[in-house]
Unconditional design. Sequence first.
Lengths: 321, 283, 427
Amino acid sequence: MKKPIAGGAGDAAGTVALPHPRTSGAKRPSAFLENERWLAAMLLAPTVLLLGLFIAYPFVMGVWLALSSTSVGNPGEFVGLKNFLKAWNDSIFRTAFYNTTYYTFWATVFKLTLGMYLALLLNRHFRGKRLVRASMLLPFIVPTVLSTFAWRWMFDPTFSVLNWLLYRTGFIVTKLPFLSDGDWGIWCAIVVNTWRGMPFFAITLLAGLQTINPDLHEAASLDGANGWKRFWHVTWPLLKPVTLVVVVFSVIQTFSDFQLIYVLTGGGPANATHLIATYAYQVGVATGLLGEGAAISLFMLPVLFIVVWLQLRYLRKLEGA
Amino acid sequence: MVIERKWKKWVYFYIPLTIFVVGTLFPFYWMLITAIRPDAELYRSWRAVNNAPFWTLAPTLAHFQDLLAKTTFPQWLWNTFFIAVVSTLISLFCGLLAGYALARLKFPMAGTLGTSIFVTYLVPPTLLFIPLADIIRNFQLGNTPWALILTYPTFLIPFCTWLLMGYFKTIPKELEECARIDGATRFGAMVRIIFPIAVPGILSAGIFAFTLSWNEFIYALIFLSSPEKKTVPVGVVSELIRGDIYFWGQLMAGALLGSIPVAVVYSFFVEYYVTGLTGSVKG
Amino acid sequence: MERRAFLKVTGIVGILAAGRAPAFAQGTKLHILRWVDFIPACDVELRKQAGEASKALGAEVQFEFINANDLQPRITAAIQSQSGPDIIHMLHNWPHLYENGLVDVSDVAEWQAKEQGGFYGQSEAYTKVGSRFMALPHGIVPGLTAYRKSWFNEVGVTTPPKTYDEYRQVGMRLKKKGHPIGQTLGHTFGDAPAWAYPLLWNFGGMETDKSGKTALDGKGAVEAVKFMTAFWKDACDEGGLAWDDTNNNRAFHAGEISATLNGASIYIAAKRAPDKIKDDKGEPLVRDIQHMRLPAGPAGSWSYHTAFAHGVMKYSKNQKLAKDFLKWLHGVGPYGRWFEVAEGFSIGSTKQWERHPLWNTIDEPMKGFKTAADNSRVIGFAGPPSAKATEVYSKYVIIDMFAKGVQGMKAEDAVKWAAGELKNIYG
């Protein structure tokens, strides 16, 4: 039995091909590609090129832009941290920052809870299960902008079908101010975000649930644990890793959200639903203050970084235990 | 005993499930209904006696006709489709190669490179769009589909890489080694043995990437200006609200037609999509 | 008609008389970007004129129309990439904001002023930066309050209320009957500033003093916010915080509100679709619409309207062609025809259009629009309408000041907030 070739860092063994009529006297390219390092470099090259050009490079440019006084038509000059300070003193920005945090927190809580509940419900066999599962994913599949328009029409100040329904069933007498009131507005946005994102949680948690050995549940119920206790002591600990990963993805997406608010409320009423991304757009692109807009966007980075770092640390702790 | 169990089943299972299904699907029903109701019915006062929003006795296809004939909607559908397909192909290509390299090969900085690909996820499009707009214009790519085709992979590749890495890790190393013993090159083994086994993973990653591209908004909003170059999400937002008037009938028709291609593609590959979702998370 | 034919001929003759048709390279395209007009017929007329201009100038003239709220992002993109439309529509005082990206058109502007009786103060202030005209004024869309005659009669009001307080009293009675007044305090480009800025001025408030220093924090602004809060609760449809420029039109046509500040588009749309837009008795709504001016406050009765202009972009490779085209478009002939199609929605930037025969034959409720723009101030008052004033406008600071008061913030705090924002912007 021939020994397999060992690869390894700095190992030149790759160039030593096993003797075979076809490969001995091999041309340069194939020998080249036998070397793990070169092969890896070639394989990774397109990715590194694309990501470097369209993420790393703009990121650096963005930082430079944020430190300058560039505005539309006026190449700026270096102004240090002035844009960041101006943003921090701008109460509209502070409102947007607070809104983004509030929106992300509550939307994630609801997506997780409802997603978990739905996953538990779907974790059984029943007729039509496939159809239900497939249709439940629709909100996640359909382009956000399009479904948000449907919601916007449902919340319309004058023609809302929800108002109509509640009025007809006698629950309300005057219209509910879905998008006209600040607090209502952000909760409507949370509802739409939850509607859209919950399927992602549900399906992923469902997959996680299905890897849990049913014998564990049997054992627990034999020991006298009821539904809730079983969930908390058996299911939940095993689901924590998957949950954590899903939550990280979701938090990054929600914190940097733009489309939903842009279509649903445009940031209003009176900035009550402005997010960091939508405000950056308004300042940078609509008003043309590019340096300030870039600075506002960059405020997202530290928060995302901290959230991800905390969760990865927790994940490592879990896996280490 | 039996009756009690049945009652419990209804309360704890069927009813919550029904509520979920209705809540999830109602907005789509609403889209459909609005798209086929004539204008006169749409804009009735909410307290008007004859306001019956949930159905219509005079369905009309006028909104769809207006949408297809009087706007550049068909062009947007094509643009979006083209951009989504090409971006997906590019991302699959890069993700496949990168996933294999990270899962199978040992080389210096493997860990660092792997982590940095994932870290790019921390730099979301809404953070990059302002400087990226300038870069795109400097490359003379402004207002062309290539601006999107080259930038969408930035958020598609990490996903594809993760997913395919997970797949590769489950393929036993022995398969490759046998192939190489039989004389295949490393590259050949990769292409001829490993990739075909990973086809389910490739399909999953592909369908996931396709739906993500279709969904993208801010880059399309910033990089494309001419009406005929726009994608469906951007076109619907900017072109179906003309001046004083929101054409809600057309808007909902556009929303429906814009969602159908993705939903159709998805419905053929539901299993792959689900595996993709879950695989990328576990991987 | 004779007059029209005459004007048409003089229009083209004008160009030819200015010299032979300029020799432009075959295939030269002139791309003009404008907003989607609230009177669709106007855009139709412009496309027609584009065809005529193409022949007269020997180059292809092409109009593109996008939503007003999308104009600014498009301008930013165009100037940053140094390519795009040759002529772009400028609203409010945008020429001040985009000064570095525009071409000096003082020669054409002076010609227009001389030929057509001088500019309105607002138009000139908005397009003149320092001593140079950076854009050519192309009309003003004045706003008046459209109201339902019959409902006002029902509460005993037969003449328009003269002061804000009177208006509030009337509104209270109307709201009790289920017909509130509708006003947007949302983030939108036209109706919201048209209400908010005059409200501030008419109570004696101002953004900056004559020297340009911020001066918002004062009794005038506080009184204005106090009024607005009371007015909102007593008389307004409280959904107005989420309205954009189109919601009030819809609400008015659907019979949800009894009065709203707007351009003439409510009336004109109702007039053009009498079978679709009806009142609750089944009669065409247009017969019940009348217009009135904004009421007066303790410090005056100013108003604010949206002024429009055409700017030639510095990156354009067809600057001479653009200027020639604008001279033709703003000339008495073509502009006159466009003006007539607008039916009073858009009035001229120059005073001579007050004397146009259109005003003699126009429907009686529309007559007020003729001189509506005569008492307009500019944003940034009392200082100049500089780029900083545009930033305040783009951030909707003044509008939000009222919105905050309406949502429960104490008037003094709302004003302090806005003053802080202003200081942050003006530095």
